[in-house]
Design a protein around this ligand. Sequence first.
Ligand code: RFL
Ligand code: PHB
Length: 385
Amino acid sequence: MRVQVAIIGAGPAGLMLGRLLELAGIDAVIIERRSADYVLGRIRAGVLEQGTVDLMDRALAGTRMHAEGLVHHGIELGFDGDRHRIDFSALVGSQVMVYGQTEVTRDLMALRQAPTIYEAEDVELHDFDGKPWVTYRKDGVTHRIDCAVIAGCDGFHGVSRHSVPEQSLTTFERVYPFGWLGVLTDRPPVAHELIYAHHERGFALCSQRSLTRSRYYIQVPADEQVGAWSDARFWDELRARLAPETAEAMQIGPSIEKSVAPLRSFVAEPLRFGQLFLAGDAAHIVPPTGAKGLNLAMSDVATLADALIEHFTEGSPAALDGYSSHVLGRIWKAERFSWWMTSLLHTFPETGPFGRRIQRAEFDYLTGSLAAQQSLAENYVGLPL
Ligand code: RFL
Ligand code: PHB
């Protein structure tokens, strides 16, 4: 097979890139290691920035999102039971959309006409400094795809970044000593908006997927086993970290999904190696506290799609040449914001009582300063593309 673009990975980044290229008449195949059902079964992000909403519309994929997604005009921050609302609309005149990553993925999958090869084993990238090609094995047979460009959209553990010689890549990383234990339940959310809470027992987040489905998270040690957490233990711990009136109002139910996600900050530089381009979690990871991972993946592929369209339709390499430095500027701002939200809201045993006093001062400064709230709001709703 010969195509213009071989996309590795059918997560939101790969599917959105595939869709934007398809609409522009550029020939692209997606090669994915897992089955479509497996990809749809992963419960991940829940908050879309306006830029991501706009991109879904550009991809002509926004109909169900606008019908079923929930527009949120703010979030609540909690600190040891004290509560403060950040009003995005009043502070920066923008908002976010609560619509699950699973639904974004489902909508993009449903629209796709061009081939996606699921359950492709042993995907390998060849010759991306010259004339690139990709091989994979399916049902015991090895296949070859020749292409002009490879887009590595295969997440943090994917093969694309790992195919780059170590000396060509600089990586920056912080691994946090904790993770998030998440529970999904078919009960109405405890509040209309998301609640991010700092407590001396650890961070807690009350999120949602719809008016009848809630998503809750608590900070746990990085090596925590899900099996150690019965539903009852989870609900008790979550409620202990929230303001009493919130804990009391919470409707609890059986969990329909429960998992631990590690927290990490990571950036690889650069994002172009010959004809290979990295985008999304393959290029960077943020801790989920700022709700930036999916949105950053989407802004990478929006830029990459435009650059590829310019390359293939006008023969101009300028935008592709600028891709890496262009997106890295935005990536580092999202890294900074996610690190800052994480630092404010989690407990860090190693920083001791001094660290907690600094966190309290940061919270008090934030709740007393419109400028500080505006900065939070501006970053949370998403910096311009
Ligand atoms: P993905 O989603 O990891 O998709 C990569 C795809 O590549 C496939 N793959 C391979 N295919 C072929 N060959 C190989 N060798 C391959 N190796 C891997 C994988 O099977 C997969 O299908 O990366 P992508 O597309 O870059 O998307 C990134 C987002 O998934 C991620 O950033 C977000 O989920 C992060 N995130 C959040 N982001 C937000 O913007 N808002 C949020 O509210 C938010 N909440 C979260 C999150 C991530 C979480 N976890 C579990 C890490 C909450 C959590 C708990
Ligand atoms: C989620 O609903 O999964 C979610 C929401 C906000 C975050 C992280 C995760 O910051």
